[in-house]
Ligand binder design. Structure first.
Ligand SMILES: [Zn+2]
Length: 324
């Protein structure tokens, strides 16, 4: 880019004389062109780049915003997890403790009542839609959980009082682990290790070595202590109130365990083994109510804390193979 050539008309000689610029003028002119060009280009560049990338401060803020949003999403997952566990406790509370004690169950609505709608969190509307939604969800669900925990706490207190008032009946309800081994398979549809297909597993399997002690899980009367088909050596205890417990695959019966004998919770009734149709030494344990097998996982509460109960429940659900 150079200076334009201008001409002056020389009337005397009737011709055009080119206008001469001195070198300083040329330098200033060139510098101006370069500076103006540079400024315009920079401005354009900033305008374009700031839209797509942003200033360093904006880039840092964006990264921070993204990290916070991810953290919020993780918190959401954690809340969901705890909420599920609370719901399981609530279900246990209703279906087990309250049902056994003849107490009225607390409805799901009642457990969640008293929490406001999403509109009370309109303060969050200043944020982007995604952030506002997550913040609203988090605030709302934390409030719900706080309420549920309060209800659950009060419910456990009521259950404890009722338990104390019904302690005579409770002696007879199966309520402890039948052996010291760990839980290896739960109640429900399981892959049968010997028959090689999926079928109903009507009890819990506990790990046990041959000869390990097996205990009565509630007070009652021995109904059976003999061999019975695939159960192998089986003890059945009648606890009254419609409850019976089954202890299968035993290697031997404890002294005095025969039909008609009375037992107390925690009494040794036999020794673990692998008699009957069994893949190896273990205890197969069933709880029956009115003649129907029900999930024994709900009948370990006397020696299981709610946290342990949730752990056992997970094991029972995740271990898809039984030893039968
Ligand atoms: Zn089993």
């Amino acid at each position: 880019m150079g200076l334009k050539k201008y001409f002056l008309y020389d009337k005397k000689n009737s011709n055009f004389i080119p206008v001469e610029y001195n070198s300083l003028e040329r330098i200033i002119y060139s510098a101006c062109i370069w500076i103006i060009g540079g400024v315009v280009l920079c401005g354009l560049g900033i305008a374009i780049f700031s839209k797509s990338i942003g200033t360093p401060a904006e880039i840092a803020l964006k990264a921070e915003n993204e990290a916070l949003l991810n953290q919020l999403k993780q918190t959401q997952q954690t809340i969901k997890k705890y909420d599920d566990e609370l719901k399981q406790l609530a279900q246990n509370d209703n279906e087990l403790y309250r049902s056994i004690l003849g107490m009225k169950p607390i409805s799901y609505d009642e457990r969640e009542a008293g929490t406001g709608g999403a509109d009370i969190y309109s303060d969050f509307d200043v944020y982007s839609e995604e952030t506002a939604d997550i913040l609203k969800w988090t605030a709302e669900n934390l409030e719900k959980m706080e309420h549920s925990i309060e209800i659950q706490k009060n419910s456990f207190e009521a259950i404890k009082r009722s338990y104390a008032a019904n302690s005579e009946k409770f002696k007879y309800i199966p309520a402890i682990k039948p052996t010291s081994g760990t839980l290896i398979s739960g109640f429900g549809i399981r892959f049968h290790p010997i028959l090689k297909y999926r079928r109903m597993h009507e009890g819990l399997d506990f790990s046990a070595n041959t000869g390990d002690a097996i205990y009565a899980t509630g007070d009652g009367v021995v109904k059976r202590a003999s061999r019975k088909g695939t159960f192998g050596n089986l003890v059945i205890i009648d606890h009254g109130y419609g409850y019976e417990t089954y202890y299968a695959h035993l290697s031997a019966f404890a002294k005095g365990i025969r039909p008609g004998a009375t037992v107390k919770r925690g009494d040794k009734i036999g020794l673990a083994g692998t008699s009957g149709r069994s893949l190896g030494p273990h205890l197969h344990y069933e709880v029956h109510k009115e003649g129907k097998a029900i999930d024994p996982i709900n009948f370990l509460f006397a020696d299981t804390s709610p946290a342990e109960y949730l752990k056992l429940r997970k094991i029972a659900e995740n271990n898809t193979k039984s030893l039968d």
